[in-house]
Design a protein around this ligand. Sequence first.
Ligand SMILES: [Zn+2]
Length: 724
Amino acid sequence: MKRRFRLEARVLLVTLAASVAACAGRGAVRFARPQQAMRMPPGGLSPQQVPQFVSFGSDDNPHSGLAASGGGGGMHYLTELFASRRNPAGSGDARNFDGRPPHYSFYVNTKYITPEGEEDPALVKQSWAEAIEHGHEIGVHTHSHPHGKQFSVSEWEREIRLSIDHLTQPGGLDVARDQLSGFRTPFLEYGNHTLTALQRAGLVYDCSIEEGFQEDQDGHGFIWPYTLDHRSPGNFATHRRFGLPLVREHPGLWELPVYAFIVPPDELCEIYGVAPGLRTRMKTKNDYFEADQGKITGMDWNLWFEYGMSKAEFLATLKYTLDLRLQGNRCPLTVGLHSGIYADRSPEQPPNATVQERRDALHEFLDYALSRPEVRVVSARELLGWLQSPAPLADREPVGDARTSASLGAGFRYSVFNPKVEPDPAYWARVGRDMVARFPGSTPEAIWIVSRIKGRGAELSFPVADSADPLISGSDGEDRNEAALSLFDERGYRVWLQVEPGFASVEKLIHLTLRRYGHHPCVVGVGVDVEWNRSTDPDAGEPVSDAEARAWLVAARSYNPQYRLFLKHWLPDRMPPTVREGLLFVDDSQVLPSLDAMVEEFAQWGKAFAPAPVAFQFGYPSDRPWWQRLDDPPSAIGKRILAAVPNTAALFWVDFSVLEVFPPGRERPKDPLVGSRSTSASGRCPACSPSSRISASTACSSARPSHPIPSFVAWHARRRWRCS
Ligand SMILES: [Zn+2]
């Protein structure tokens, strides 16, 4: 029995340690290590490895919302709202709050639990105690909510200590002193004296300094929470731009900033459910609003009252702000609230939203956030615990969105512009079926090319109405994609629509393509052939920057928030350096001497982007000399890739040789595949077809010189040509 008891004690200790590490417990929490202000997550983790934290912090909290108070809403409403929700399940890791109840923080003015308050202090006290019982975090917002700009340190200390006393005394709220960690200043008015006083009072973090108003920050890459060992970048920016007091170092004090919300720009308004021109409308409310940046103080009061937003506008702003985070560095999103604004007894009414609409907006945003698998709604204290001991999401956790954890995609690449291939939808549906048959559990997936280089720009394979852009043209009245996409809808395909941009605007091409085909359920996103990015020479395609990748993804997601973007090249350095969320990295390396060489190169590609998903195109004529000898080339190549590259999301046989490998009217090729070995120097690839495009290339450098190069490949290597 004794042994058993010891075992239990040890389990208990381990559990305790874990809960302190995750800061989920209520014991004393120390935040000792300084944390530099950085745009990358702490602990050397990449944005794709970390949860997207959303932390609600409610100020003042004068209304209980309990039945006896004569009006609903307020604190009781907030606690009930959270009680009926759960964080996304993830892999069940407690360190990342997987599947745990979401929590909020609330910073109180203790005058509301005295006769100075607006409601029966006993009821207010009861509603605060109820929130604490549900695991929500109580924090200090002073006793009397003063304007403290001119306060001395001792004046601040008096306000803070008075508040702490009311919260901890047996006649007050009677909470343990070590439950109090955080402070927010009234009216966001702070200075050095404020921060000094709250440190002296033994508080651990401040959440009063605004971050994100720096002109070079657009909501994708705000600075993660930091300690004030080296001052505050957000404070420096607002000091310079808006004349706020400059604060100095406050070593060890954590800053969990009030991050700016970002109002959606015109081109995205409709997808977020509001009429275009929202930023212009906000500008009429406040002249200092900067319409080009769209930033607003990250608190509900500013949206409802200062800018007089409607429910739809409030929701659009919060959803857009969260989506930018998810597409960017996953900096935690703090949402400043006032539970009183959601109370029936709220004495003030904003101009354009009823109390019911305000509540609906809040719960709809909470549900929107919790619908994203990466989001974890946590209290500020829980967040700080994680920041001190950051844990990566489990390897197998969905990256970007749930699609990437879906089944392997198996299919083909098709180009309407390859004249050798008849665009017969039934044939393509069969090729997809045949590929899926080779990979049990896979889903038919296709790359469907809808634009090619024409001159310096792009020609689309469907009619383009009144394109005033000289770099973009359409087909003459004929739509060459619709029938196939409709069939793919029926057959449960996943289809990527790929563009080759040249010097044409990629965003415009994405808009034209998705405006036309975005209604097809088979469409899962768009692809960009980076070999033709700002170039008419596929070897000179320019690398994609992080900002470009995000902008393209935003353009695609303006049609469907689930859409993703694939980028294709064979050189990893042409891919965006850090952006991973929502991206699929497609490698089309070719002119390889053997299957081993291909697998080796593809494995490097996979590693370069892991854990983000990657995909591969193969079956190029330049590689025919070795793949034609394989028993079943698509299966043999695909299985080797899957064994070597664990983050493979899809396999595509390319159009150049699809007719040979999947002959029309037959299930499988009967005859051995014979490739042309012509060494014609006509400028056409002898192996593909006289009509396929060939271009001067350095791609053959991917055929490693240490490998024996068959004569056919050597031909390509000498010519430095490749199929795009
Ligand atoms: Zn306040």
